[in-house]
Structure formats: structure tokens, C-alpha cells
Design a binder for this molecule. Structure first.
Ligand SMILES: NC(=O)C1=CN([C@@H]2O[C@H](COP(=O)(O)OP(=O)(O)OC[C@H]3O[C@@H](n4cnc5c(N)ncnc54)[C@H](O)[C@@H]3O)[C@@H](O)[C@H]2O)C=CC1
Ligand SMILES: O=C(O)[C@@H]1CCC=N1
Length: 264
């Protein structure tokens, strides 16, 4: 089975990297197309896959076509390819804001489309992808699509009207996590740690905490309480974060991202 990417930027690169790293897909199984020469060169160099400047070449060769351009370019892409797509071809879109109804209307016919929202940890096979299958997608198609999507992380089935808020939480979430890593590490540097030590401490702390939460089945509040010794250091930090509106700031950020995603 051949997987084709129309648009070979950051997110397609993360997925391609994850797919190859999974061992389930090889470079001959993947083809990319991009209008921008530097994106083509970078993708070909990083992953050793074939990358063309012809979207139609991807359409003619791939069993599964991933639409991975920015929202403002997807209409022109679909208009370019729609007379050449095959009925049995499965499309996976990772583009926010473009609904299944809009996509089908732009194709001018009902297509097999799985609408998704992945995230960049796909590159290290720790992606989180929300998945919503269109009406024409059969059980068999969905199985094929999920095989691809599960190769680079976890998937969750989601109703289409919740994809925007999912985008705010997990699609955009890595950016917030990296800000948090930077902030933790910056504080460490203020206190005299070397930059590299501070990054390692911060990143492993996030990784370990996420793993502890996922594997323990405990409520995050309980896990937080386990760190906060009475009269100790952590609760002072928690008090400071609460005073500065940390949770509210995070919630506002996610809701702002979801609103923007809806409007794209
Ligand atoms: N970066 C991320 O963390 C995530 C991005 N997404 C979505 O994935 C899509 C791609 O995002 P990025 O990879 O970050 O953007 P990007 O800008 O890095 O990559 C998009 C690529 O599409 C190419 N392109 C533009 N017009 C084209 C056309 N007509 N035909 C072929 N290629 C064309 C561009 O040259 C570029 O290389 C967007 O819709 C974005 O919202 C979804 C989840 C996460
Ligand atoms: O910033 C964006 O619009 C895309 C959607 C999710 C992550 N990046």
C-alpha cells in the first residue's frame, strides 16, 4: 500500500518520520508532493522518499492520500486533483477548519475521507490523533486508515464537532508544552543550572509526569497532592501558579486555539 502526502511541511514530516520509524512502512511506500522546492529537498533528504512537484503524481500512485497543506491552500489543491481521484482512494486530511461537508462539496462528489487532527510528537511515535470518518468510509477503509495513524502514536475517535476543541488541546498542545519546558528550564538557568541540564530536567519531568498519569490511572489532583509535602516547597509553587492564573491562562489559550481552528 502506498501513502502519498500533498504538502510536505512540518506535520507531514513528523508523520512520515514516525511511519518510517515504526518499521511498518518503508521509504518506497511513501511519496510526497510539494510546490516549494526547499520543502521537497528537505523531505527527500530527511527521509529518502520520492518527492515530486506534481500533486497529480501522488494522486495517481497512492492508495491513501494525506492532505497536509495549510487551510488556505486546500481548495486549490482539491480543484487541481478532483478530476483525477479514484473512487476507491482513501483521503486523510489533517487540516483544521475544513469540514467533511466542505471537503466533499469542494471535491464535487462524496469521497472516502477521514478527517483527523494529529500532532508533532508523531515524529517520535508518540502522536495523539483525533479521527472522524466520513460517511463513505467503510469499516475496511477505516481499518486501513487507523493502521497508518496508529503507527505513529495513539488515536481517538471523535465527533466532528469536537475536532476544533481537540485541536486546541492536543493539536496545538505541544507548543504549550514546549513553552512550559522553556519556562521551567529558564527558571533553572536563573538559579544557576546549565542550559542543557535545565532542559533535561524540565523535559524528563514532563515526560515522566505524563507517563505516571497515563499508567497509574490516578487523578491528576491526587498525583499533584503526592508531590506537595505539607508546609513544603511544592505547595508554595502551586500557590504562586494559582495566584498568577496559570490554569485559567492555559484554558484561555486552548479555547482561543479552538476558536481559531473553527474559523480556518
Ligand atoms: N504543525 C503542526 O503541529 C500541525 C499542523 N496541522 C495542519 O497540517 C497542515 C500542514 O501544517 P504544517 O506542516 O505545519 O505546515 P507547513 O507550512 O510546514 O507545510 C505545508 C506545506 O504545504 C506546501 N504547499 C502549499 N501549497 C501547496 C500546493 N498547492 N500543493 C502542494 N503543496 C503545497 C508548502 O510548500 C509547505 O511545504 C496545516 O493544515 C496545519 O494546520 C495539523 C496538526 C498539527
Ligand atoms: O497552528 C495551527 O494552525 C496548526 C493546527 C494544530 C497545530 N498547528
Amino acid at each position: 500500500m502506498k501513502i502519498g502526502f500533498i504538502g510536505c511541511g512540518n506535520m507531514a514530516g513528523a508523520i512520515i518520520g514516525g511511519l518510517l520509524d515504526s518499521g511498518a512502512y518503508h521509504k518506497e511506500d511513501i511519496i510526497g508532493a510539494d510546490v516549494y522546492a526547499p520543502s521537497r529537498e528537505k523531505t527527500a533528504k530527511n527521509f529518502g522518499i520520492k518527492v515530486t512537484d506534481q500533486n497529480l503524481e501522488v494522486v495517481s500512485l497512492a492508495d491513501i492520500v494525506v492532505l497536509s497543506v495549510k487551510p488556505q491552500f486546500v481548495e486549490e489543491v482539491i480543484k487541481d486533483i478532483r478530476d483525477h481521484v479514484r473512487e476507491d482512494q482513501l483521503f486523510i486530511t489533517i487540516i483544521p477548519g475544513k469540514t467533511l461537508a466542505w471537503l466533499n462539496e469542494t471535491f464535487g462528489k462524496e469521497m472516502k475521507i477521514i478527517r483527523t487532527m494529529p500532532n508533532t510528537p508523531a515524529l517520535v511515535k508518540e502522536g495523539m490523533t483525533g479521527v472522524c470518518a466520513g460517511d463513505k468510509v467503510t469499516e475496511e477503509d477505516l481499518k486501513k486508515g487507523l493502521e497508518v495513524l496508529n503507527a505513529f502514536g495513539r488515536t481517538v475517535a471523535i465527533k466532528e464537532d469536537l475536532l476544533d476543541i481537540l485541536t486546541g488541546v492536543s493539536g496545538c498542545g505541544p507548543a504549550y508544552c514546549f513553552l512550559f519546558i522553556e519556562a521551567l528550564a529558564d527558571a533553572g538557568v536563573v538559579g544557576g543550572l546549565s542550559r542543557s541540564q535545565a532542559y533535561e530536567l524540565a523535559a524528563q519531568t514532563l515526560l515522566g509526569s505524563a507517563k505516571l498519569f497515563l499508567e497509574s490511572g490516578k487523578h491528576p489532583g491526587e498525583l499533584k497532592d503526592m508531590v506537595c509535602s505539607p508546609g513544603g516547597a511544592t505547595i508554595e509553587g502551586v500557590r504562586t501558579l494559582e495566584n498568577m492564573g496559570f490554569r485559567s491562562a492555559v484554558m484561555e489559550a486552548v479555547l482561543a486555539s479552538a476558536d481559531k481552528s473553527r474559523s480556518l
